[in-house]
Design a binder for this molecule. Structure first.
Ligand code: AMP
Length: 372
């Protein structure tokens, strides 16, 4: 039996936000952590990045929050500015239907804007230990009413020498708070920290499985947005495509792209939510019977597509989430066949591809476009 987001006891507005983000089912760590955190228990979680741990601790926090109380109710400590910003952005996104405010604070930038944001009222603060401590000591940040504290990537924070800062920060929060600690490894120092600051934490360990199949060759091509169509056409000219599924972000994008390809001599059809059930079936039948070799689809429209013979998957746009990438790429290389998954990547998206690689534990080769 699989658990659904609706089974976890979360506020419907949160379920709506994650569903709209493209999450269909909770990951194992979410299934384990969310109900436990909702009961108020402490958590000692061993999990790496890529398991979905951010949503695992964020959703219960957002569920328990009462917006607009005028004081900080939850605090997340993260080792780096980059991770802190990612967590803050994810929380703001999951909480978009609740009137909550998330403020990120981190070193290496001026204090002014961060202090201003705190003064305007933060329900949740996400920050790196050094800057958090500075703000506490200068009385710009009051943690006396915090209900939940999360230590994210605790082993990283310790290896960066933040232990004293972390302890000093924890001492500024109420003793009866809920504490959740996440770490890829649990060395002694972390266990000691847990013994000292947590109350009978529930231990949760999540292994991360290999996500994508190794028989799928994955390549990415660096192109500017406006050159994507030319790049795709070029790849169509050289790749040994027997049938291809192209993913595009929007419905309109699928229709336009199908037209552009057709005009260029590669007959293609769009599969999107604008089609009636009957039209959808017809398109799929033509694809199965090899009357058309190329489908351009949105993620939603491709859901439940049961076709084994796709030689090439194209990401015309890099998906927002690692899990969606996995779903897309997994459309090829089925039934023991080899497959190729090609991604058109804009320079700005390179960091997102790196996250996807981490999640999949599989490298995507950066390749040069073939010249004519
Ligand atoms: P994290 O381990 O929190 O860094 O998450 C890794 C990636 O998985 C991020 O791209 C998340 O947006 C994505 N993700 C988290 N939970 C889910 C879910 N239930 N379904 C699909 N993707 C998810």
């Amino acid at each position: 039996m699989t658990t659904e987001f609706t089974d976890l006891g979360l506020h419907p507005q949160l379920v709506q936000a994650v569903t709209e983000r493209g999450y269909t089912t909770p990951t194992p760590i979410q299934t384990a952590v969310i109900p436990t955190m909702l009961t108020g228990q402490d958590i000692l979680g061993q999990a790496q990045t890529g398991t979905g741990k951010t949503a695992a601790f964020s959703l219960p926090i957002l569920h328990n929050l009462k917006p607009g109380q005028g004081h900080v109710q939850a605090l997340v400590l993260a080792p780096t500015r980059e991770l802190g910003l990612q967590v803050a952005e994810a929380m703001a996104e999951y909480g978009r239907y609740r009137q909550i405010s998330v403020v990120a604070v981190y070193g290496g930038t001026p204090y002014g804007p961060q202090i201003g944001a705190l003064r305007r009222g933060a329900d949740i603060v996400v920050g790196t230990p050094g800057r958090l401590l500075d703000l506490i000591q200068s009385k710009k940040l009051d943690l006396s009413q915090v209900q939940t504290v999360v230590l994210d990537e605790a082993d990283e924070m310790l290896s960066m020498g933040f232990i004293d800062d972390i302890e000093a920060i924890l001492q500024q929060t109420p003793a009866e708070r809920q504490t959740a600690l996440f770490s890829a490894t649990l060395p002694n120092q972390i266990r000691q920290l847990a013994d000292k600051y947590m109350r009978q934490p529930q231990a949760i360990t999540i292994e991360r499985a290999q996500r994508t199949v190794s028989t799928i060759e994955q390549r990415a091509y660096l192109v500017n947005e406006e050159d994507k169509l030319a790049a795709l056409t070029r790849l169509f000219e050289v790749e040994p495509i027997t049938s291809a599924l192209i993913f595009a972000r929007t419905r309109q994008g699928t229709a336009e792209l199908a037209n552009e390809l057709t005009v260029r001599g590669f007959p293609a059809e769009a599969l999107n939510g604008d089609l009636s059930q009957q039209a959808r079936e017809q398109v799929l039948n033509r694809f199965r019977n090899n009357q058309i070799k190329v489908l351009v689809a949105t993620d939603v429209a491709a859901r439940g597509l049961d076709i084994d013979d796709i030689s090439h998957v194209f990401n015309f746009d890099l998906p927002q989430d690692a899990e969606i990438y996995v779903h897309r790429v997994g459309r090829t290389g089925r039934a023991g066949k080899t497959g190729v998954a090609l991604t058109l990547l804009t320079p700005k998206e390179q960091w997102r591809l790196r996250k996807i690689e981490q999640y999949n534990r599989h490298k995507v080769t950066l390749a040069a476009l073939p010249t004519s």
